[in-house]
Design a protein around this ligand. Sequence first.
Ligand SMILES: [Mn+2]
Length: 220
Amino acid sequence: MPTSNNTASARTIAIGDIHGCADELEQLLQLIQPTADDTLVFLGDYIDRGPDSQRVINTVIGLQETCEVVTLVGNHEIMLLDAIEQPLMQSLWLQFGGQQTLDSYGGDFDSIPADHLTFLESCQRFHETEGHLFVHANYLPNSPLDQQDPQVLLWTHLSELQPTAHVSGKRVIVGHTPQKNGKILDYGHLVCLDTFCFGNGVLTGMDVHTDQLWQTKARN
Ligand SMILES: [Mn+2]
């Protein structure tokens, strides 16, 4: 048996910031129809701001039965985990869209199930393949991913820092900086897939080998 990633039909599909938009995520997965040969790389920020963070996490956890799933951590997941460990951080997170997340769980921290916390804690800071690097927000071009400043990886918008090509020569796929026109940002060496789903934008998935795009928008 060949390993799944070596089959001709195997796709690697990156998915941008979901921010609680469970309907858009479910519609996107309907379009993509992932199979056991595919790898989905989620770029982080599953939660906050949008209407149903709990359902988003359920959907992503459930996908692990269907295909390979790589889940990056975003700054919003970090804020939630910090809020649980440090009560002083709670008001910050709640102001950044955490209230909507807490509401989706019924209103209090104790209602967040253990498997969801395990999921959030398991999310990775980066993912690297033969041709691509995946991070939530940004990178410094001359550092390997395991030596990057977490602040840059998780928080720095592309409006603050537009990096040149990464020293590895690999194309970097990021989210985090919302593209309010609903179009991906493509610098060639750097692609941003956060297309402002929780606002009035769309949720984007991209096959990083063919650049095929899928986008969904919930009916208003
Ligand atoms: Mn973010």
